[in-house]
Design a protein around this ligand. Structure first.
Ligand SMILES: Nc1ncnc2c1ncn2[C@@H]1O[C@H](COP(=O)(O)OP(=O)(O)OP(=O)(O)O)[C@@H](O)[C@H]1O
Length: 237
């Protein structure tokens, strides 16, 4: 079963074709990576997936629903961590987790989420007093507090130190074991290789290739996913 289906998605800002005919599908329970150069259309696609933007053309289905029309219903089943997301400066960590938890009908126990993401020592700290990495960890925990079926993570480990990064990988691995569908936008090839079952390579508003990391490496006759990406991304320049 497909958890996400995107078909011929198009989105233009002024004269810029940000997304220009994107098609891919994510199977239920799969961890799916999206890689691509700056401005390739990754975030715009993700925003269409979660109903933050309406496509100009094409279809998007998440858990069988159209996010542009069913955003509120889908929000109960989605966990989202976006680039540049923020909270009020004075909101405390525990307060944020409790408040986000209250927005879901079938939330996880927010205290358990706080423990799982090693946030208990920071429970009484205000968001504005957290370090960049601590903020990132909190935003990830908030994405999980609704016990989502599909998780969308844009720039998962940006700003995390190496230990926090590995720990985050482990927690994303746990999501996969639990059968959660994960979409992961990343510029880190080690992360994509370690976590993702399949990858879509975005370039200039299109999907240049889709496959397992091993397939993309074999298809391009390269030695690593990063080299495969370079070969694919530059293919039609
Ligand atoms: N709100 C907007 N208004 C105008 N242009 C936009 C807007 N959002 C994105 N764009 C443009 O659309 C294109 C795709 O942007 P998008 O943010 O989707 O790319 P991305 O692949 O996520 O890039 P990055 O890796 O830098 O985050 C870029 O050319 C960008 O400048």
């Amino acid at each position: 079963m497909e958890a996400i289906e995107v078909t011929d998605l198009r989105k233009t800002y002024g004269g810029t074709h940000a997304v220009d005919g994107v098609t891919f599908a994510v199977r239920a329970g799969e961890t799916f990576g999206i890689v691509g150069h700056n401005g390739a259309g990754k975030t715009t696609t993700v925003e269409c997936l979660i109903g933050l933007r309406r496509a100009d053309a094409g279809t998007v289905r998440v858990l069988g629903e159209d996010p542009a029309r069913r955003r509120r219903a889908l929000a109960q089943r989605l966990g989202v961590q976006l680039q540049d997301s923020s909270l009020p400066e004075r909101m405390k960590v525990a307060e944020a987790l409790r408040m986000f938890g209250s927005l879901y009908r079938d939330a996880a126990d927010w205290r358990r989420v706080m423990d799982r993401w090693s946030l208990r020592p920071l429970a009484r700290k205000a968001f504005g007093d957290l370090s960049g990495g601590q903020k990132q960890r909190l935003m990830l925990a908030l994405a999980m507090v609704g016990d989502p079926e599909v998780v969308v993570l844009d720039e998962l480990t940006t700003g995390l130190d190496p230990i926090a990064r590995r720990e985050t990988w482990r927690l994303i691995g746990d999501l996969r074991t639990a059968g959660t569908t994960v979409v992961l936008v990343s510029h880190y090839f080690d992360e994509i290789e370690a976590l993702c079952d399949r990858v879509a390579v975005f370039a200039r508003g299109r999907v240049e290739a889709t496959g397992t990391p091993a397939e993309l490496i074999a298809r391009t006759g390269t030695a690593s996913l990063e080299e495969a990406y370079m070969a694919l991304e530059g293919a039609d320049r």
